[in-house]
Design a protein around this ligand. Structure first.
Ligand SMILES: C[S@@+](CC[C@H](N)C(=O)[O-])C[C@H]1O[C@@H](n2cnc3c(N)ncnc32)[C@H](O)[C@@H]1O
Length: 281
């Protein structure tokens, strides 16, 4: 570890990783798919499915059995479609219950699936494998240094390889005020309906105090995701510097079906995907 900055980053990373391991327990694993906007809202599901079909087509130009790395794979919502396409997938996640669910869901394709229950950073730093496609779905907002993590991941891509991320909130302070207000209101509306207001206030107070207690469910929930969203432009800029063609795909995403429809009608965007391809093949 070179500098104090790196040490702080590593400490923040470890807190977020511990909070994620505690948050993604068996209970959350059971409800994950109901909670995921990109799975439950038909318009987002369609967008997402079209993007991954295109990614597969391109990967298949590189290799007859494309090798996919799914980072923060969770219970396998991206791993499964790539296995169905015929890819070989390595799925990495630090939650034992998420990985167990992924293995159950993908058991038909066990001969093309490898699972690794560990921190993604540790995997990226130690593996000798190389991939045609790296996917990070609803994952980057769980990592404090997400730009550094993506940069590390790119080193594992073969020439002509692709990077794909989806379902991350855009960096909040880059959103126009109207979008921020609408997005915040939609979230609060969903929380009120969900009956989670009191716990939400508890989480907010703890985070303001900068205290992380690893045996507190409120702290784990609060620390398991970044608070200012994910900087789509910083990731895109880093990818372009590394010689990638990059497309940012903006869209609106929230939990409540009512606010989702309204947001789409108002044409606001608060979430994004990134499709990037190495141009050196
Ligand atoms: C919102 S879920 C997304 C799961 C899946 N990719 C999907 O699209 O449904 C985020 C996942 O990231 C995992 N995770 C968070 N931080 C991690 C880390 N540092 N290393 C490995 N997995 C991590 C969590 O355990 C959780 O399963």
């Amino acid at each position: 570890m070179g500098s104090s900055g790196e040490i702080i980053d590593r400490k923040q990373h470890d807190i977020a990783a511990a909070a994620n391991a505690a948050t993604y327990d068996e209970v959350l694993t059971r409800t994950c798919t109901e909670l995921s906007p990109h799975i439950k809202h038909p318009t987002l599901k369609r967008l997402y499915e079209n993007l991954i079909a295109d990614l597969y087509q391109r990967a298949a130009e590189n290799s007859s059995v494309p090798a996919v790395l799914d980072i923060g794979a969770g219970e396998g919502s991206v791993t499964l479609p790539f296995l169905e396409f015929g890819c070989r997938v390595t799925a990495v996640d630090l939650s034992t219950s998420q990985i167990a669910e992924l293995e159950k869901k993908c058991s038909r394709y066990a001969d093309r699936l490898e699972t690794r229950c560990m921190d993604v950073t540790e995997f990226l730093e130690t593996t000798a494998e190389r991939f045609d496609l790296i996917v990070a779905n609803s994952f980057l907002h769980h990592v404090p240094d997400y730009v550094g993590l993506v940069e590390k991941a790119l080193m594992l891509l073969r020439p002509g390889g692709q990077f794909f991320s989806f379902q991350d909130p855009m960096r909040y302070d880059t959103l126009p005020p109207v979008t921020r207000i609408y997005s915040g209101a939609a979230y609060i509306g969903w929380r009120l309906f969900d009956g989670d207001v009191i716990r939400g206030i508890g989480r907010y107070i703890r985070r303001k105090r900068g205290v992380y207690l690893d045996d507190s469910p409120e702290d784990n929930t609060e620390f398991h995701a970044t608070r200012n969203g994910v900087d789509q432009n910083a990731i895109a800029e880093m990818l372009r510097k590394q010689g990638f063609e990059v497309e940012i795909v903006p869209y609106f995403s929230t939990h409540s079906p009512f606010f989702q429809k309204l947001g789409e009608t108002l044409n606001v965007a608060d979430s994004f995907g990134i499709v990037a391809r190495r141009t050196d093949r």
